[in-house]
Write a protein that binds this ligand. Structure first.
Ligand SMILES: *[C@@H]1O[C@H](CO)[C@@H](O)[C@H](O)[C@H]1NC(C)=O
Ligand SMILES: *[C@@H]1O[C@H](CO)[C@@H](O)[C@H](O)[C@H]1NC(C)=O
Ligand SMILES: *[C@@H]1O[C@H](CO)[C@@H](O)[C@H](O)[C@H]1NC(C)=O
Ligand SMILES: *[C@@H]1O[C@H](CO)[C@@H](O)[C@H](O)[C@H]1NC(C)=O
Ligand SMILES: *[C@@H]1O[C@H](CO)[C@@H](O)[C@H](O)[C@H]1NC(C)=O
Ligand SMILES: *[C@@H]1O[C@H](CO)[C@@H](O)[C@H](O)[C@H]1NC(C)=O
Ligand SMILES: *[C@@H]1O[C@H](CO)[C@@H](O)[C@H](O)[C@H]1NC(C)=O
Ligand SMILES: *[C@@H]1O[C@H](CO)[C@@H](O)[C@H](O)[C@H]1NC(C)=O
Ligand SMILES: *[C@@H]1O[C@H](CO)[C@@H](O)[C@H](O)[C@H]1NC(C)=O
Ligand SMILES: *[C@@H]1O[C@H](CO)[C@@H](O)[C@H](O)[C@H]1NC(C)=O
Ligand SMILES: *[C@@H]1O[C@H](CO)[C@@H](O)[C@H](O)[C@H]1NC(C)=O
Ligand SMILES: *[C@@H]1O[C@H](CO)[C@@H](O)[C@H](O)[C@H]1NC(C)=O
Length: 762
């Protein structure tokens, strides 16, 4: 038998010495250009240690090999010169903090034989090097989307007469769009969406007779829709959404465009006069008239749009009920949020085997959720929040195999909540602010990421079934009537759990040591219960509160769903309730055990929690000293130790807390001088030190030498809450998660990348 080592030696020599050199390879100068590009790119990247560099394919780009055999490169195999005609350079750099200069493209643009060039998703910054494009006279498709190009659309691009597809989506390109666009007579697809381009839409666009897809949404275009667009007889896809500046009447000729399937006009100042039954001509597949001032009933000329797959009429002033004909149209995506629709839902709506997204939030729908809900086989997103639905939720809802997001919050739903199958695919459940009762529902699938069940009437003990939810990241049970102890099995909850709120329940006894096993916890809120005993020192081992925040793909999914209305997590910020925005929830680290009956000394191990932004131990019976170690909580913005039995001096180490902007030490037995530091000196509201055993300091204008202790003056009630929230906001803006955030932040439903990810994950 052949020795395996010998075999591999043989193979090695075979590959090294016997690979035949190709007779024809790509032109030398083109190979050089590509190697130069690779070199520039890798150098650019090496200067940033934190970069994730996805070189997939680039490793095959080696000197002295045929560049037509390289990955990402396509050559013209029909011609003897084997010139490079195709380059797929997308996603080479995927980084949250790094950018590469647009000048790295220059070597690539020297390859004048290029027909297809894709450099999307590379964090490229700077102006598009227009002058370098002049020789690309064969270019048909140019994709520069999802970078950070700025400047304007360079005029040289308009000389690329062969161009059929131009995609500059999701960059920071500004300026206006020149009428010279008319030079691109072969253009079929023009994607400029999610940029900063302003001014009027040039009427010359109407002379691009081949145009099929025109996507100008999410820019700053103003003025009216040019009437020349009616000349675009081949137009299938027209999206002008979210320009805010587009105004005037929605022209009726739009509905006369015979091939139009996709029409997006939402998010502008366009007005619709809602009597257009005559325009029911084309077979639209996608229609958005979001925020177009629609009034009255849902327009019934839609009845004839039997090809409709997605309909967005959100943010109008539509009234009346959900029409039965609409339920029967078999539409995949229906978004009617933020209108004045009322009445109950037609049962046939859920008998559609196509419906997959239904968003009806912020209307006045009422009555029961129809029993037919279980018959819908495709529904994946169901959002009914902020309506007036009542009665119990049909058990059959749990039968929906594809349901990923269910938001029934802020209605008047009651009774027990149905049990979901352990195989259920549900990710997000929000049933908060209803009147559900009975045991806390804990029967869900192991994929569940978020459960928000706050502000109901759930009772009984904390259910053991929660430990089966091995992917859980957020569990919000605040404002219920959960009783008994915090069970020791809490240490077996999902190790991904980042948010746990049991605030305002009826939990008693001590906090189990094992809670420190939940190493991902960043938000732990146990306030307003009847907890007693001492605070476990193991809390100092909560890694999630020690390490700096990181963003993950799951956060990204949260972010995406936020656009569908996922709402804030309520916490107590200082003395008032505030919502933590789901968009950047991963940035918040807080520990709140206030309003219990905890006693004993505050464990000094809490000083380990270096990422903590808020620590609230107020309204307990803690005694002893404030730990010196609190000076190590370098990220702390808010510290509330008020209403305890703390003694001794305020540790000098607190002067190290440079981020602290909210402090309350009132109602204790503290003595001595307030430490001085630029930050502490600013916290000079006497109320935060009030009712102690003789605190002095220049901050509260009580001289330390004097033994006479005067009540602090009652002025300066102004608290700096605004500043506080601002600093979180600032942390968000300054964070290095820019890449993911930038593409998803506030963009709404039409964000390409988030939809891409979402569909991929679904
Ligand atoms: C990378 O850093 C080196 C030295 O630190 C510098 O010479 C080089 O120009 C940098 N490269 C780029 C592309 O910024
Ligand atoms: C275009 O091609 C001409 C002739 O080959 C050459 O001189 C010029 O440098 C090229 N321009 C660019 C920007 O590559
Ligand atoms: C459109 O915006 C430009 C500036 O970007 C401004 O000069 C022009 O007057 C605006 N036109 C209309 C119709 O608002
Ligand atoms: C449509 O409404 C406008 C005003 O909103 C009115 O002037 C026009 O006559 C109406 N057209 C039809 C066909 O009802
Ligand atoms: C819908 O189409 C039918 C014929 O297919 C026509 O009779 C009717 O008037 C149309 N309705 C509307 C509202 O356009
Ligand atoms: C909602 O609908 C109910 C009737 O179902 C009505 O009594 C109520 O006034 C409506 N509320 C609003 C805010 O329109
Ligand atoms: C909810 O519906 C009831 C009648 O069913 C009505 O009295 C109430 O005003 C509605 N609530 C809101 C907020 O519209
Ligand atoms: C809450 O549930 C309890 C039983 O656990 C019941 O007595 C009470 O009436 C419910 N309260 C509300 C507001 O539904
Ligand atoms: C506690 O929760 C109940 C609902 O269970 C709510 O009515 C009450 O206002 C909440 N208390 C506080 C202080 O938020
Ligand atoms: C904490 O987790 C470890 C490992 O997962 C486990 O061995 C230990 O029993 C847990 N501690 C408690 C108190 O549950
Ligand atoms: C924290 O964890 C370390 C090691 O993981 C352990 O030795 C120590 O006892 C823990 N501290 C507390 C207070 O639980
Ligand atoms: C506060 O501490 C003192 C001793 O320092 C003790 O006598 C008193 O009972 C404590 N009060 C409370 C409410 O724990």
């Amino acid at each position: 038998m052949l020795n395996p080592c010998l075999l591999s030696c043989f193979l090695f020599f075979f590959f090294v010495f016997f690979i035949p050199q190709p007779l024809f390879s790509c032109p030398q100068d083109q190979r050089q250009s590509l190697l130069e590009f690779k070199n520039l790119l890798t150098h650019n990247i090496k200067n940033h240690s934190t970069t994730h560099f996805f070189s997939e394919g680039l490793e095959t780009w080696r000197p002295n090999s045929d560049c037509c055999k390289w990955k990402l490169v396509g050559c013209d195999t029909h011609s003897p010169s084997k010139e490079v005609i195709e380059l797929n350079l997308q996603f080479l750099v995927r980084s949250d903090s790094v950018s590469v200069s647009s000048s790295i493209l220059r070597p690539v643009l020297r390859i004048s034989s290029l027909v297809t060039l894709d450099v999307s998703l590379n964090s490229i910054v700077g102006e598009i090097p227009g002058d370098a494009f002049v020789n690309l006279t064969r270019l048909i498709s140019l994709d520069m989307s999802l970078n950070r190009f700025n400047g304007c659309v360079p005029p040289e691009l308009f000389s690329l007469k062969t161009l059929q597809r131009l995609d500059l989506t999701s960059n920071a390109i500004g300026g206006t769009l020149s009428g010279d666009i008319k030079e691109l007579q072969n253009l079929r697809e023009l994607f400029l969406y999610d940029n900063l381009i302003g001014g009027e839409i040039p009427p010359e666009i109407g002379s691009l007779a081949e145009l099929r897809k025109l996507s100008l949404e999410q820019n700053k275009f103003n003025g009216s829709i040019p009437s020349s667009i009616q000349n675009l007889k081949n137009l299938q896809w027209l999206n002008l959404e979210n320009n805010k500046g587009l105004s005037g009447e929605i022209p009726t000729w739009l509905f006369g465009l015979q091939k139009l399937k996709w029409l997006g006009l939402g998010g502008n100042k366009l007005q619709w006069n809602n009597n257009g039954s005559v325009f029911a001509q084309p077979k639209l597949t996608d229609l958005s008239l979001r925020a177009c001032g629609l009034e009255g009933n849902i327009p019934d000329w839609l009845k004839n749009q039997t090809s409709l797959s997605s309909l967005d009429l959100s943010m109008n002033r539509l009234e009346g009920s959900f029409p039965k004909w609409l339920a029967d149209l078999k539409i995949k995506t229906i978004i009617l949020s933020e209108n004045r629709l009322s009445g109950s839902l037609p049962p046939s709506l859920f008998q559609s085997q196509r419906l997959s997204i239904l968003v009806l939030s912020k209307n006045n729908f009422s009555g029961q959720i129809p029993d037919t809900i279980g018959e819908s086989t495709k529904i994946s997103i169901l959002i009914l929040t902020e309506n007036n639905f009542s009665g119990s939720v049909p058990k059959s809802i749990a039968k929906n195999q594809r349901l990923r997001l269910l938001d029934l919050s802020k209605n008047r739903l009651s009774g027990e909540f149905p049990r979901f199958d352990p195989k259920s695919l549900l990710w997000f459940l929000d049933i908060s602010f209803n009147e559900f009762s009975g045991d806390v529902p804990a029967s869900f699938g192991s994929n569940t990421l978020m459960l928000s069940m706050s502000h109901n009437n759930f009772s009984g003990e904390f259910p053991q079934d929660f430990i089966k939810l091995s992917s859980l990241m957020q569990l919000d049970l605040q404002d219920n009537k959960i009783s008994g102890k915090i069970p020791s099995f809490i240490s077996h909850l999902s190790s991904s759990l980042e948010v746990l709120s049991l605030r305002n329940n009826s939990l008693k006894d001590s906090i189990p040591e094992g809670i420190s096993n939940l190493t991902s916890l960043k938000v732990l809120d146990l306030s307003e219960n009847n907890l007693d005993g001492s605070l476990p020192s193991s809390l100092g081992n909560l890694t999630g509160m020690i390490e700096p925040p990181t963003n993950s793909l799951s956060n990204f999914v949260f972010l995406y769903l936020y656009n569908f209305g996922l709402h804030d997590l309520a916490v107590n910020w200082k003395k008032s309730k505030q919502g933590l925005n789901q968009k950047n929830i991963y940035l918040y680290t807080l520990l709140d055990v206030s309003k219990n009956k905890l006693l004993g000394e505050i464990p000094s191990s809490l000083g380990n929690l270096k990422s903590l932004k808020l620590l609230n131990l107020s309204n307990n019976e803690f005694s002893g000293l404030i730990p010196q170690s609190f000076g190590d909580l370098e990220k702390l913005e808010s510290l509330d130790l008020s209403d305890n039995n703390l003694t001794g001096e305020i540790p000098k180490t607190l002067s190290k807390l440079n981020e602290l902007n909210t402090l309350d030490l009132s109602n204790n037995k503290l003595t001595g001088r307030i430490p001085e530091s630029p930050q502490l000196d600013r916290l000079n509201n006497p109320n935060i030190y009030a009712n102690n055993n003789g605190i002095c300091g220049m901050q509260i204008q009580v001289p330390c030498s004097s033994s006479t202790h005067t009540e602090p003056p009652e002025e300066e009630e102004e608290k700096n809450e605004e500043e506080t929230m601002f600093s979180w906001e600032a942390a968000f803006i300054g964070c290095s998660c820019g890449f993911l955030i930038a593409v998803a932040y506030g963009i709404g439903y039409s964000n390409l990348l988030s939809i891409y990810y979402f569909i991929k994950i679904i």
